[in-house]
Design a protein around this ligand. Sequence first.
Ligand SMILES: [Zn+2]
Length: 340
Amino acid sequence: MTRNASDIWREDVGDCSYSQVPMPIWYHDIYTTGIHRDSRFPRERYRILKDRIQNSQNSGLIEFMSPECASKEDLLTSHDPDFIRRFLDGELGEKEVNRIGLKPWTDSFVERTLRIMGGSLSALKRVCEFGGISGNMAGGTHHSHAGFGAGYCVFNDIAVCAVKATESLGIARVAILDLDVHQGDGTATMLKDIEGALTISVHCKDNFPFRKAISDHDFPLNSGVGDVGYLEKVSECLEILEDYDPDLLLFQAGVDSLEKDGLGKMNVTRGGMRARNRMVFSYLVEKSLPCVIFMGGGYAKPISHTIDAFYDLFIDGAVANGYIQRGNKSKSRKQANGGV
Ligand SMILES: [Zn+2]
């Protein structure tokens, strides 16, 4: 039977009576508590989103996993040794700290940074081994470069995951789809000479960073573009993926393109954002393609709009994961029976 990926969204997500394999999501309270309460960053978004999912009728779709700290060796795959050492030893200069933001830094800021990287790496290992979709309820730190951090990002978990995947997890071609309103400048720069890594970024040309990097495919959009113009570009991204035929997708799924966002200027509705996610997830289901979701940006005021959009993202990701896992199971059953 041929499965039509668009059919999956007709199923009642609230009805968990069908056999659903939960999607693993890495989460830790330190994602919130490791940021100072006086920081301008909306640190509560992590905790509120986790509670929202756990208290919802869809809580069974997601399994929360606790991340370990990434090791120095993990960071060394992509970052400058001197930058790593000075961050871990608390020796970054004032300018470097200001460039990262999230100030004032707490005593647990280093641990938070390492656990976020650890969460992304665990999500990566999970999908490389078992297929399907997994995610980190933080990360997507795409403004970090090899030798410096910027824009709320210390180390670049997407770049580290891409290198890890191609160097040691048997992935020949990894694609990075960055749909955050801000360009994935650090990711583009760090992966430009990495064979087997393709970077795609859809972003607002009037948002940070003001000096853009060069991804393999960039889609700079005007302020106020709205749903139609945004989704057209997402559709073009999927055509690029179709041609590239990756073994793994790293999805930076920031929701700061929302019309209610305090930073993003693209004016996308919650429905438009959900359509975006479903386009990507339908593609994954069709291809049975493994994928890691990185949370990325979201700064609405009030924060509830951001939480709604992230809730949609992770629930729809979990539904798609269920479809992929069931498809994988029936494939391996057929193989065991000598079928194709
Ligand atoms: Zn962003």
